[in-house]
Design a protein around this ligand. Structure first.
Ligand code: NDP
Length: 448
């Protein structure tokens, strides 16, 4: 509950102006609550209206996306781009294609992105975009026509020094390729305007693996520094089976952990011998199929309908890597009862506020999304550097930098938490460390 009159007033005003945006308000509330002691110590923030400015995007565009399916039927979707904050660099953040996309989801993601990008230590502002388009079950031709139509509007608002989108749910290498091709055609420029590109036309090695690998580098450091523990020998549950989940499983296995379950939006599979990632990659990356296929192909494994039940499986480490609010209070209680030691967020805001509080109150190490999953955007930042220099770095060079950035993020959050007299509270630590730099830049740049 907010006590400071300034923060309370700004929050209530934000509620008033964004009444139907539950996810956005949830994200704002979490950030405000953890920043409260810090903001109270800095009256200059109130004087400069930092918090009011922080919750209002610098710019937000919505637009019509018209496209034709393979049967000649015309469809109209709604596209979005929020350019939330450019205090420390060009807007940067992914594009999400999913039927649930609306202004609230895009704004919560864009708001979180400001602090996440700041934590990477790279000069990146916060943004996010997407459309309520469902690529699932669509042919390559349909996805291409959608992406071309989407970019035909978006290209006016982005640029390599202004706003650099990337992938997110429903936007992987295929979609980035179509979007990049259309941008190039419209602008007649070959620039690093999107990240997550194929390596043969300017992409960075490790970008595909970056969010999942980064999540594990962060988790390993958190376990080491706060519990003298490691991923080695631990039983792990990972929700989702998309980009983040797959490479989280890969790195967890490299580090000697055993992942026993993965899910998609319909259900989850359990393999007590350890998930065979080559099978998951074939089903998800090559065939674009359902996770239930896994149980048909791997003897001894089983499929369970409904994705939420995955949190009832006993494990020591839980990695929610699917979507927002997938881990609720009931799930948190089950995880604690089954002896979970650490929860690290690969997805954005996967834990509800109640779940986060319960886990922290019960001594579970908690790696919040904006710190733990920052490896994706950090590597996108490295892709931008390589594009500007017209050069490319080896897998080992990028992986080494990614690891360095993730360890640094952990220590920034951990140190900030200690300075706030909340040792081990990485939610507070990540929010304060990410915010401090952005607020300072906003103070220096004058009112806008
Ligand atoms: P993908 O589209 O590659 O995969 C999403 C996965 O989550 C799919 O397996 C999907 O299943 C599953 N899923 C969706 N809803 C649910 C649910 N309610 N329960 C269980 N599984 C579900 O997306 P990404 O892996 O790229 O993104 C996942 C999360 O990570 C998102 O929150 C995203 O914002 C975040 N993130 C992604 C980054 C990146 O670099 N890609 C960077 C930082 C954060 P189905 O196929 O059935 O829909």
């Amino acid at each position: 509950m907010l006590k400071d009159p300034y923060l309370k007033e700004v929050y209530l005003d934000t509620v008033e102006r964004n009444k139907d945006q539950a996810e956005f308000l949830q994200a704002v509330r979490e950030v405000f609550e953890s920043l409260e002691p810090y903001v109270v110590r800095h009256p200059e923030f109130q004087k400069a209206g930092i918090m009011e400015r922080l919750v209002e995007p610098e710019r937000m565009v919505t637009f019509r996306v018209t496209w034709e399916d393979d049967q000649g039927k015309v469809h109209v979707n709604r596209g979005y781009r929020t350019q939330f904050n450019s205090a420390i660099g060009p807007y940067k953040g992914g594009l999400r294609f999913h039927p649930s996309v609306n202004a609230s989801i895009i704004k919560f993601l864009g708001f979180e992105q400001i602090f996440k990008n700041s934590l990477t230590g790279l000069p990146l502002g916060g943004g996010k975009g997407g459309a309520n388009f469902d690529p699932k079950g669509r042919s390559d031709g349909e996805v291409m026509r959608f992406c071309q139509s989407f970019m035909t509007e978006l290209y006016r608002h982005i640029g390599s020094n202004c706003d650099v989108p990337a992938g997110d749910i429903g936007v992987g290498g295929r979609e980035i390729g179509f979007l990049f091709g259309q941008y190039k055609r419209l602008s007649n420029r070959f620039t690093g305007v999107l990240t997550g590109k194929d390596v043969i036309f300017g992409g960075s090695l490790v970008r595909t693996e970056a969010t999942g690998y980064g999540l594990l580098y962060f988790t390993e450091e958190m376990l080491k520094c706060l519990r003298h523990e490691s991923v080695f020998g631990k039983t792990i549950v990972v929700s989702g089976s998309g980009n983040v989940a797959i490479y989280a499983v890969e790195k967890a296995t490299h580090l000697g952990g055993k992942v026993i379950a993965m899910s998609d939006s319909k259900g989850y599979v359990v393999d007590d011998d350890g998930i065979k990632l080559d099978v998951v990659k074939q089903i998800k990356e090559v065939e674009r199929g359902r996770i239930s296929e896994y149980a048909k192909r791997v003897p001894g494994s089983r499929y369970v309908e409904g994705c939420k039940g995955i949190w009832s499986l006993p494990c020591q480490i839980a990695l929610p890597c699917a979507t927002q609010n997938e881990l609720d209070l009931e799930s948190a209680k089950l995880l604690v009862a089954n002896g979970v030691m650490a929860v690290s967020e690969g997805a954005n805001m996967p834990s509800t506020a109640e779940a986060t509080a319960y886990l922290q109150e019960h001594g579970v190490l908690f790696g919040p999304a904006k710190a733990a999953n920052a490896g994706g955007v950090a590597t996108s930042g490295l892709e931008m550097s390589q594009n500007s220099m017209r050069s490319s770095w080896s897998f080992e060079q990028v992986d080494e930098r990614l690891k360095g950035i993730m360890l640094n993020i952990f220590h920034m959050a951990d140190n900030a938490a200690r300075e706030c007299d909340r040792p081990g509270d990485l939610v507070t630590g990540a929010n304060v460390a990410g915010f401090a730099k952005v607020a300072k830049a906003m103070l220096s740049e004058g009112l806008y």
